[in-house]
Design a protein around this ligand. Structure first.
Ligand code: FES
Length: 161
C-alpha cells in the first residue's frame, strides 16, 4: 500500500491502522516502512511494477516530497506503531531536488541508529538507500534484502509493562 505524505500524528495513525488490518503481510511477518522520495525511489517502485518485478508485500511505502523531509519522529513513530524495519530511499547523492535533503537524511539515519541501539533496537533495522527513478530493479532488490534482514532479526517484541 502507498501512503501519501502525512503530518506526524496522521502518519502514526495510518501506519498503525494499516498494520492492525494486517496490511498485505501475513501475521508474524516483519512489517517494514519505506519512506520514499517522490522524485526517485517512489518512481523506481513504479518502474519495478511496470517491469513486473515482485517485491515483498511486507514493505509499506510512505510517499515523501524528499528524503530530507523524513523527520526523526517519523522514524521513531513508525517503530512505535509496529514497524520491525524502516528505511529511507532518496535520490542519488548530488541529485536531490532540494539540494541536500538526501544528505540530511543520511546523517539522520546515522544518528538515529545510535539512539535505536540505546533503546535496545538493533540499528540494522534502520537503513538509508539511494535509488534513482529508473532503478526499478534496485528498488525491488532493496525491498527483498531489507525484508530478509529484518526477518532474520525477528519481530520486535515491545515490553508492554
Ligand atoms: S528530492 Fe529526492 S531525496 Fe531530495
Amino acid at each position: 500500500m502507498v501512503v501519501f505524505s502525512y503530518p506526524i500524528a496522521l502518519l502514526a495513525e495510518v501506519v498503525s491502522v494499516e498494520f492492525q488490518n494486517g496490511g498485505t503481510s501475513p501475521v508474524e511477518e516483519p512489517r517494514i516502512i519505506a519512506f520514499c522520495c517522490m522524485y526517485c525511489a517512489y518512481a523506481a517502485a513504479d518502474a519495478a511494477g511496470s517491469m513486473r518485478l515482485n517485491y515483498p508485500p511486507n514493505v509499506h511505502i510512505v510517499l515523501m516530497p524528499c528524503s530530507g523531509r523524513v523527520d526523526d519522529l517519523f522514524i521513531l513513530k513508525a517503530f512505535e506503531s509496529g514497524a520491525d524495519g524502516v528505511y529511507i530511499a532518496g535520490c542519488e547523492e548530488g541529485s536531490c531536488h532540494f539540494v541536500s535533503g538526501n544528505l540530511r537524511a543520511k546523517r539522520r539515519v546515522f544518528f538515529l541508529k545510535r539512539i535505536l541501539e540505546e533503546i535496545g533496537i538493533e540499528p540494522e533495522r534502520l537503513e538509508m538507500f539511494h535509488i534513482s527513478a529508473s532503478q526499478g530493479g534496485l528498488f525491488a532488490r532493496v525491498a527483498k534484502e531489507m525484508t530478509e534482514k529484518v526477518r532474520l532479526l525477528g519481530i520486535i517484541k515491545w515490553n508492554k509493562s
